[in-house]
Design a protein around this ligand. Structure first.
Ligand code: SAM
Length: 379
């Protein structure tokens, strides 16, 4: 890292600390200094918004938020996931797992069609769909792996890549650790693996902690974790995994959460596509808010909480209120609150067999994804 970048990082950490102590003017001076040399610095701009919103008019605040939004959009536009073809390996994995029958790929996909349709119908519902309990059912887990997993590898990569990772994460640490909540088969692991490889090339160790209530281990262990060479060119990167079978909703109790000490050491905490389930099952807004508040309380200074989810009105209501409350309670600084992300098309190589299957079954077509995202930095 050059001298300028080091100085920016130092000022940023002092600024965020002042913010936390309520020394707003001192914090603002540091953020302004950073923005003079690096006008697109996301944490400094978010810090400035935080200070300004306490003294200036709503218009001034809105102007800064719009500015931050356009910077993030510009950066996100430049984040392109390297081309990949997950369908090949996914379908081969499922074929070998379903022993007893030796079907070709196309016949296998036909056999899976009823589950694919059931899953799709559940997700198509405009409101929170009734699928949660069924995540435990293997046929639906297989369908999830085929229908949604490929699309969700890129989400977290796009979100983290747009943040100027070198500004936020401490490369000299050489170790990166992530907690993935409601991770299921865990496409987000592959996105993070690729992110660390492309954006944090000096890291030599990636520690991954899975928090999930249902048994998806057979897919994670048999498929996802075996894809390292497909998603990372860095042979020297060592990956360690730890799986915690737990109902994440129990983290609304701070004592339970404290049993998982890894939460206090991780660089990133990811809730990808599971907020809808949590909103549906939580007893109240307050208990879900408490869950995130408890996690933020335990999180390491400077680490990130990333929440992304598909667009459902109930998750949107939750997120809108959540962002306001987090800012008010000074639990963290909102780096991104995007409740209208544009759609994106994953960067797949076309897979001949899957393409043929979709051609014959147009109802299985899925070409794009669109989601809400909120990123908070712990201060
Ligand atoms: C739509 S899947 C998302 C999986 C993965 N994160 C992704 O992006 O594809 C939702 C996951 O959240 C898990 N989940 C739902 N409620 C949960 C809870 N209370 N505690 C732990 N996991 C939960 C489900 O079992 C499922 O694996």
């Amino acid at each position: 890292m050059n001298g300028d970048a080091n100085q920016i990082k130092h000022r940023l950490s002092m600024g965020l600390n002042y913010l936390k102590l309520g020394e707003n003017q001192k914090a603002l001076n540091l953020f302004e200094q950073i923005l003079k040399t690096d006008p697109d610095n996301i944490p400094a701009l978010s810090g400035k918004i935080k200070v300004i919103s306490q003294s200036e008019t709503d218009e001034k605040k809105q102007e800064l938020i719009n500015n931050l939004d356009s910077i993030l959009r510009k950066k996100a536009h430049n984040v392109v996931f390297p081309k990949h073809n997950p369908y090949q390996t996914i379908i081969s994995f499922l074929q070998t797992t379903d022993s007893g029958e030796s079907l070709n790929k196309n016949d296998y996909l036909y056999k899976l069609s009823p589950s694919l349709l059931r899953l799709k119908d559940a997700f198509k519902s405009p409101e929170v769909p009734d699928i949660d309990e069924e995540y435990n059912e293997r046929e639906l887990q297989k369908a999830y792996l085929v229908r949604y997993f490929p699309f969700y590898i890129e989400t977290i990569y796009r979100e983290l890549g747009a943040l100027d990772p070198a500004q936020i994460f401490n490369e000299p640490d050489l170790q990166f650790s992530v907690c993935l909540y409601g991770c299921g088969p865990c496409p987000e692991y592959l996105g993070i693996l690729r992110f660390v490889t492309d954006y944090l090339p000096d890291m030599n160790q990636l520690d991954v902690y899975f928090f999930e209530k249902y048994d998806w281990d057979w897919i994670r262990d048999g498929y996802t974790l075996c894809q390292k060479s497909e998603y990372s060119t860095k042979k020297s990167l060592k990956c360690n995994f730890h799986s915690y079978p737990v109902d994440v909703l129990s983290f609304d109790n701070g004592d339970i959460l404290k049993r998982y000490q890894v939460i206090g050491a991780a660089n990133i905490h990811v809730f990808q596509n599971c907020l809808r389930d949590l909103v549906k099952a939580a007893s109240s807004y307050d208990s879900l808010y408490r869950l995130f508040e408890n996690i933020l309380e335990e999180m390491a200074y400077g680490s990130l909480l990333v929440i992304t989810d598909l667009r459902y009105s109930k998750t949107r209501f939750f997120l809108e209120r959540f962002i306001t409350d987090i800012e008010k309670d000074m639990k963290g600084i909102v780096l991104k609150a995007s409740l209208d992300n544009p759609e994106y098309r994953p960067n797949f190589y076309p897979d001949p067999e899957f393409t043929e299957f979709v051609k014959q079954n147009p109802s299985q077509r899925k070409t794009w994804s669109r989601y809400y995202s909120v990123i908070i930095m712990k201060i």
